[in-house]
Design a protein around this ligand. Structure first.
Ligand code: CP
Ligand code: NVA
Length: 307
């Protein structure tokens, strides 16, 4: 794990072995919880703060429950209730919070905000979503794919829609785990160049085209996300126009392998990127993905915080 084991800001902060370890630990934690054993004392006395510049349902609650069930404590805060909202610098905030806390998770508009916070913090910093990446989501996604497909290596993932933060981290995760990624997106909505370059430097082959059929043919996994991410609202009309042919509907699902699964990080905008029929079909594993946020993040917290 990168920088003295202290940060999880990009999926590339993890090595393949770290991800294997987290997924194994998450599967054990999930099984234990299924058997009714929720409480562990591993993180007793440890305190995590969650700082949100944008809304969240899954990330906030799964991190809160994870911390509580591991025996630790958690403080959830909105950016604007801190002095950060009145212009206090990130540097001093990071230095002060490092004296109080054991770790911080931040959901921010700009990825550089989280990077800057981590530069000055002396405690682990976790990216809870930025404009560039959503690495915690990718851990749960890889866990879900492994549950359904048994292996990660060799699996073909087709991304349909906006090449956004979730897509960027997924590309990195797939590259790290030896998976194939094929992206269908309109021109101008490609994933971040820096992510593609980094994945390719690891030997991954990333296919990008405007053609949904090309991306989805032979796919084991179809993944989509909203057309308008948080922070992109001013661009809604242009995005809806550009992305309307990138809906995951039954005819798109029929282009993939017969046993393909359909994934989405949620929240879903039903009737836009995903139809009601596909959402309610047996192929959709979206609720399992959301549940796996809890188990994967518990495993991550144990790796970062267990003494
Ligand atoms: N998938 C995800 O991060 O959901 P929230 O925005 O609800 O946290
Ligand atoms: N791409 C979406 C993901 C939400 C979890 C967004 O950034 O709004």
């Amino acid at each position: 794990m990168n920088v003295n084991g202290m940060r999880f800001i990009s999926i590339f902060d993890l090595a393949r072995g770290d991800i294997d370890e987290i997924l194994k630990s998450a599967a054990v934690l999930k099984e234990e919880r299924r058997r009714g054993s929720r409480r562990r004392g591993d993180l007793e006395g440890r305190i995590l703060a969650l700082i949100f510049e944008k809304p969240s349902t899954r990330t906030r609650i799964s991190f809160e429950v994870a911390m509580l069930e591991l025996g630790g404590d958690v403080i959830s805060l909105n950016w604007n209730e801190l002095q950060l909202g009145r212009g206090e610098r990130i540097k001093e905030t990071a230095e002060v919070l490092s004296a109080y806390l054991d770790a911080v998770m931040i959901r921010a508009y700009a990825h550089t905000t989280i990077d800057e916070f981590a530069r000055y913090a002396s405690i682990p910093v976790i990216n809870g979503l930025s404009d560039l990446e959503h690495p915690c989501q990718t851990l749960a996604d890889l866990m879900t794919i492994k549950e359904y497909k048994k292996n990660l290596s060799g699996i073909k993932v087709a991304w349909v829609g906006d090449g956004n933060n979730v897509c960027n981290s997924l590309i990195g995760g797939c590259a790290l785990m030896g998976m194939e990624v094929s992206i269908a997106c309109p021109e101008g909505y490609e994933p971040a160049e820096q992510v593609i370059r980094r994945a390719e430097a690891m030997g991954a082959v990333i296919h990008i085209s405007e053609d949904v059929k090309e991306a989805v043919t032979d796919a084991d996994v179809i993944y989509t996300d909203v057309w308008v991410s948080m922070g992109d609202e001013a661009d809604r009309a242009r995005r809806e126009e550009a992305l309307r042919d990138y809906q995951v509907n039954e005819s798109v699902v029929d282009m993939a392998k017969e046993d393909a699964i359909v994934m989405h990080c949620m929240p879903v905008h039903v009737g836009e990127e995903l139809t009601e029929e596909v959402l309610n079909s047996e192929k959709a594993v979206i609720l399992e993905q959301a549940e796996n946020r809890l188990h994967a993040q518990k495993a991550l917290l144990l790796k970062l915080l267990k003494l």
